[in-house]
Design a protein. Structure first.
Length: 148
């Protein structure tokens, strides 16, 4: 049986180490420049994989995880909705269609799970065109506020 070079599947506990490396590498690079360690990235990935109200997908290259998308489902006044809480592809492998494959899988799940709305938040301004490619629009209802 031959393995597809690039595939998307559900995230599982055994992906933790590989996804922690992707997480740390992606979010320590431009434009984020966050100071993730192996331990903190592993903890964050473990939280995402084990979330009881979440779903996660992994994009693999020859069976090795190189990207992920994690979604949390919530209940709102219009019914169930989803929030994309973390999405990343290893920086060396970006702009090669892997993020698109992840988003296609998320959108299939949105339809299957009958989610009313799907929200995505990004701190990377360059990703606006990526979200638009999949039918996302800037929200007129939500603004992000933060305090450090």
């Amino acid at each position: 049986m031959t393995r597809k070079p690039i595939a998307v599947r559900k995230a599982v506990d055994s992906d933790e180490s590989a996804l922690a490396l992707v997480y740390r590498t992606a979010f320590s690079a431009e434009p984020y420049k966050e100071k993730w360690t192996d331990a903190t990235a592993r903890l964050r990935v473990r939280q995402l994989i084990q979330s009881i109200d979440g779903k996660g997908w992994v994009v693999t290259l020859y069976g090795h995880p190189v990207g992920f998308a994690f979604l949390q489902m919530k209940e709102g006044f219009n019914g169930r909705y989803g929030e994309l809480v973390e999405t990343a592809v290893h920086p060396y492998l970006q702009r090669q269609g892997m993020g698109s494959l992840l988003f296609q899988e998320v959108l299939k799940f949105k339809k299957k799970a009958k989610l009313h709305t799907l929200y995505g938040v990004t701190l990377n301004r360059k990703l606006g065109s990526f979200f638009k490619k999949f039918g996302f629009k800037p929200s007129s209802r939500a603004k992000i506020w933060s305090k450090t």
